[in-house]
Design a protein around this ligand. Structure first.
Ligand SMILES: CCCCCCCCCCCCCCCC(=O)SCCNC(=O)CCNC(=O)[C@H](O)C(C)(C)COP(=O)(O)OP(=O)(O)OC[C@H]1O[C@@H](n2cnc3c(N)ncnc32)[C@H](O)[C@@H]1OP(=O)(O)O
Length: 225
């Protein structure tokens, strides 16, 4: 096993937290994340002058010092509580503790579908007034991956193919995906990102459970009890 695979495995952790403990953490850290996300937008758009900017930076420095007192060595990884509740709170698209995530709250259906309504503010701009194409890819990667996982055929993104049909505005957006077909270990998922005027980006993704997970799963199935 390579060092890189061993490192990945260590970041999938069953930490045994109860649902109540997870809810407490979500209540504590979720609003912190929202506040930092708002700060990103304000820092981007503020037009206050020198004294206010310097004063604000001092407040931000104090907040950083307070929060730094106790830290996860990082990254957050993926954790499961005692009831099996999954927390991918560091996820760049949907993580509850990640201020750069829009965040996506994705509805999943066990028939292999996923969808989300979300809002992209000024921090996601690419062309003037429009969503950055890489951010559209981030969103679609996550939603297509969630559909694969919801349908019981999860995987890492092997290939993601996008067709940008029309510019994606900032603001209120919708993304959805469904499993199109399974081909051996590959899950092929299709989906799109839409704005108020219709579909902006179409996507097809090939999701593959990494070999080390497949090997572990087949070893578990065939192990004598
Ligand atoms: C408990 C742990 C769970 C972990 C999983 C859970 C994930 C839950 C995700 C939730 C939602 C996340 C949504 C965001 C998802 C990301 O952001 S993932 C990050 C971006 N992706 C990556 O970094 C992937 C990097 N690449 C890799 O790790 C490996 O190349 C892959 C993709 C896992 C494939 O490796 P492999 O399993 O060793 O592949 P291999 O056995 O050689 O080939 C198997 C089959 O796949 C085909 N294939 C191989 N590579 C590719 C490719 N790139 N494209 C198309 N086909 C390919 C082969 O041709 C072969 O096909 P068949 O011959 O069977 O027809």
């Amino acid at each position: 096993m390579t060092d890189s695979i061993a490192h990945q495995q260590q970041l999938y952790v069953a930490d045994g937290l109860s649902d109540e403990e997870i809810a407490q953490q979500a209540d504590l850290y979720g609003p912190l994340t929202d506040s930092v996300r708002e700060l990103i937008e304000i820092a981007l758009l503020t037009e206050v002058d020198d004294p206010e900017v310097r004063a604000a930076m001092e407040h931000i420095e104090s907040a950083k010092q307070l929060l730094r007192k106790q830290m996860i060595p990082g990254p957050y990884g993926v954790r499961w509580g005692a009831s099996g509740q999954k927390r991918a709170w560091g996820n760049a698209a949907a993580g509850l503790r990640n201020a750069i995530a829009p965040p996506l709250v994705i509805d999943c259906d066990p028939d292999g579908r996923a969808s989300t309504d979300f809002h992209l503010g000024s921090a996601y701009e690419g062309p003037a007034g429009l969503t950055h194409g890489g951010v559209s890819a981030l969103v679609l990667d996550q939603v297509l991956g969630a559909a694969a996982e919801a349908g019981g055929a999860p995987g890492m993104t092997g290939t993601l193919t996008l067709r940008y049909r029309r510019p994606t505005p900032l603001g209120a957006l919708h993304a959805e995906a469904r499993i199109d077909r399974l081909e051996g270990v590959k899950t092929i998922v299709v989906g799109h990102l839409a704005g108020p005027d219709g579909v902006c980006v179409e996507a097809e993704g090939v999701f593959i459970l990494p070999r080390w997970v497949r090997d572990r799963n087949s070893a578990t199935v065939s192990d004598p009890v």
